[in-house]
Design a protein around this ligand. Structure first.
Ligand SMILES: Nc1ncnc2c1ncn2[C@@H]1O[C@H](COP(=O)(O)OP(=O)(O)O)[C@@H](O)[C@H]1O
Ligand SMILES: [Mg+2]
Length: 373
């Protein structure tokens, strides 16, 4: 169902990601040590990940770090709860539960009772995760299996207290032949920063990894996505309406699916489109709010830049800088200004394109134009 608002788990429900899906499955089947799945928010990373893993019937642990985005600060307890959930979910799905339990119970601080998984709150995440990987790899080796450990929205790890996941990943990379790690990231720059790509002193330095990037749909694909989804539900929608919807939600799989979902349930109307824009705007702004919350000193500056970029189709570095200086009535140091732009790019709120810096998400753009403060 194209318009089901949840992440997809079946190929039939994925629209136009054939090539990426095949590449992803191939990488996993080849047992690549490290695979990155990148793309802005709502481009379908989680959908591709789950669909791919389910199709090849590989054992996988799925760690959902997205919830951490809303936490400030991220505590040790938060990490532990996430891991408990991820392990319990894996136990529920695997057909080798008994044997797996034996290995898991060797991890200090971890106890299993039936399908319940408890991790002691005194556990230090770094040691716990290292040991966990060790036992999981032994389990995979001894049973001749291949295990995928996926960290969804992995950059959120960067905000946690001394987990040093990059160090663990380097160890897994070098020594655990039966484990593939997949990292997804909506904030691509932040994920690269977290992994310290290109830094000779970084744990992961010099280790080759494979990457898949998911982009937005083109305008034609967006229209086709809506046509196909409505057809699936036997709903007829005229082309003018579709063109109008696409002009507002252009390219973002998640927003298009949300629109389709409401439209098939409430009927196609201006009110429904309004509802989608309202809800989607609120979501996009709340994600922005999390970004601003951890950077309170520069909040006003970030908002000035974003509101400006939302009012134009694109602007050069110097144009944005001039605008910000005029608004504030002060000169701003080049380096400081570059850092502001870089942080926005790295978090996926703006991007650099051939027409300069721009806000890629049409809904965030719409919301920023209406935002008062
Ligand atoms: N290729 C696709 N075909 C159909 N719907 C999709 C596709 N990719 C994403 N979606 C829809 O968009 C929403 C957001 O996708 P998701 O996989 O959660 O994106 P991400 O993980 O990149 O944020 C999903 O709930 C799903 O319904
Ligand atoms: Mg996701």
């Amino acid at each position: 169902m194209l318009f089901d608002p949840r992440p997809k788990t079946r190929r039939q429900d994925l629209f136009d990601r054939e090539e990426e899906l095949e590449a992803f499955k191939r990488y996993i089947e080849e047992r690549a040590p490290l695979v990155l799945l990148l793309g802005l928010r709502r481009t379908g990373k989680t959908s591709l990940l789950l669909t791919g893993l389910n199709e090849i019937h590989v054992d996988y642990i799925f760690v959902d770090l997205r919830i951490l985005e809303e936490k400030m600060p991220v505590t040790r307890r938060d990490i532990i709860v996430l891991l408990e959930r991820a392990i319990a979910d894996f136990m529920r799905r695997t057909s080798f539960r008994k044997k797996l339990t034996k290995y898991l119970e060797r991890v200090e601080g971890l106890s299993v009772a039936g399908l319940e998984v408890k991790v002691s709150w005194r556990t230090k995440p770094y040691y716990f995760i290292s040991e966990l990987f060790m036992e999981l790899n032994s389990w995979a080796e001894d049973t001749g299996r291949h295990l995928v450990v996926a960290f969804d929205e992995a950059q959120e790890f960067a905000r946690t207290y001394r987990v040093e996941l990059d160090r663990i990943l380097a160890y897994v990379y070098d020594h655990m032949r039966n484990v593939t790690v997949v990292l997804t990231g909506s904030k691509i720059g932040l994920l690269y920063r977290f992994l310290k790509i290109g830094d000779p002193k970084a744990p992961l330095y010099g280790r080759a990894f494979l990457e898949i990037k998911l982009g937005y749909f083109t305008q034609e694909m967006s229209l086709e996505f809506l046509r196909r989804g409505f057809e699936e539900h036997g709903v007829r929608v005229n082309e003018n309406t579709l063109n109008y919807v696409v002009s507002l939600l252009n390219g973002v799989p998640g927003w298009l699916a949300l629109y389709g979902y409401y439209a098939i349930n409430y009927g196609v109307s201006d009110e429904v489109l309004d509802k989608v824009l309202r809800e989607a705007s609120a979501t996009a702004l709340s994600e922005l709010e999390h970004f601003l919350e951890i950077r309170p000193q520069a909040r006003r500056r970030y908002l000035t830049i974003l509101k400006y970029l939302a009012s134009v189709s694109g602007a050069k570095w110097s144009e944005v800088k001039r605008y910000l200086e005029a608004e504030e009535g002060v000169r701003i140091d080049d380096k400081n200004f570059s850092t502001l732009l870089k942080n926005l790019v790295d978090s996926g709120f703006i991007e650099k394109s051939d027409i300069g810096y721009r806000v890629p998400d049409p809904v965030l753009k719409y919301a920023l134009r209406r935002k008062v403060s």
